[in-house]
Design a binder for this molecule. Sequence first.
Ligand SMILES: Cc1cc2nc3c(=O)[nH]c(=O)nc-3n(C[C@H](O)[C@H](O)[C@H](O)COP(=O)(O)OP(=O)(O)OC[C@H]3O[C@@H](n4cnc5c(N)ncnc54)[C@H](O)[C@@H]3O)c2cc1C
Length: 392
Amino acid sequence: MHEVLIVGAGIAGCCAALSLARSGCCVTVVERQPRWAFQSSGIFVYGNGLAQFRELGVMEELTAAGFVVPEGRNSYLQADGSPITTTRYPSPAPGIPAILGIKRAEMHRVLSARLERLGVPVRLGTTVQALDQPEPGRVQVRLSDDSTRSFDLVIGADGIRSGVRALLWPQVQPAYSGFGVWRSVHRRPPGLVDKIMLMAPGKRLGIMPISADRLYLFGTLPESRHARFDPADWPRTMHERFAGFGGPARPFLEQLTGADDAEVLYTAVEEIVMPLPWHQGRVVLIGDAAHASTPFMGQGGAMAVQDAVVLGRLLAGGPVDTALRTFGELRAPVCRFVQDVSRRVGESGAQAEAHEANLRSLVEGGQRAVDGFYAELARLDPAAAAERPTPP
Ligand SMILES: Cc1cc2nc3c(=O)[nH]c(=O)nc-3n(C[C@H](O)[C@H](O)[C@H](O)COP(=O)(O)OP(=O)(O)OC[C@H]3O[C@@H](n4cnc5c(N)ncnc54)[C@H](O)[C@@H]3O)c2cc1C
């Protein structure tokens, strides 16, 4: 039985704890935040990520807490609400939805409850201050409460600003993508059940159901590296940025400046592009710490849970050092593919002058592009290869 420390209780850390605990490891999780509190708003999880959540035994609870989009439908509209086309995301296997929307806080409620049931200790308000590997096969860790403990393996699952990465790979830094994302949460009218993308020159605004009575709005556009917005002004600024959008988005944009608390959130999007190896001795990085992506393919969460499942399988099946090397070799091409496609999608959407050409290629080849993306993900990912996407 390996003694494993997981740093960070986000999607990657919680899922790694579930995956490794099942593989018989003795897992401890430390999380910097003093209580379970995650930036609100929604997240969507596509079928390839849901397949991994099913493997961890939590997919049903997640789908019950979120909203499954019927037939994986994604409706593209002009900024005024007139229709362009509809595509469908593939389901990877019978019984696995093509796309789930869920509040982030709900996802973490499900994951943390499962950790508690498994008896995995999570030490909140705790982080790592120093890592030392004085002998092969052991990592000495000094925690923020000044205690020192030794582990067979340390997993840095502490996100884009990873403290573990900063200790061992200080040269790897987040790179600003040139994009800002604005998000807000609203009451969902019962009839609004599709994922909707409204397309304007240089800007996109999405609507995604995330529960029986909530949806979230997400708007992407280029923002200057130096842009700073006072959080008190976020609702007004989001309203102003997307004022040109109408159709189904109009009532939600209007609510931004009203009394409703729309949980508005601004994020300046950064990426981590890190060469292999993703481990040094017995310390390995997973999730955003190793490969944070721009959000245009909505795949960061799916990549984090796939990392967790693949690492758990490899650790259960052979020596730790081989498992860590193989982990990076298997996962890096998949994560790099997602990063590259996502960046390209963001960049082409940001070019106002390419708007008409983008709409034409969406109508002519939108479904082909979706199917091609998921087919390539399945081809690259040996873990998912057993469950090839079925056509919608
Ligand atoms: C605007 C935006 C929209 C997105 N939308 C989607 C989407 O719809 N679908 C999708 O799949 N992905 C989406 N993503 C990506 C997704 O959010 C991330 O890929 C995913 O959350 C990564 O999980 P993680 O656990 O690796 O990192 P995180 O979620 O960042 O979790 C890291 C955890 O570690 C903790 N931590 C940090 N530092 C320390 C430390 N030093 N010590 C201890 N703990 C620490 C943090 O508090 C946190 O709990 C989006 C990203 C952005 C920016």
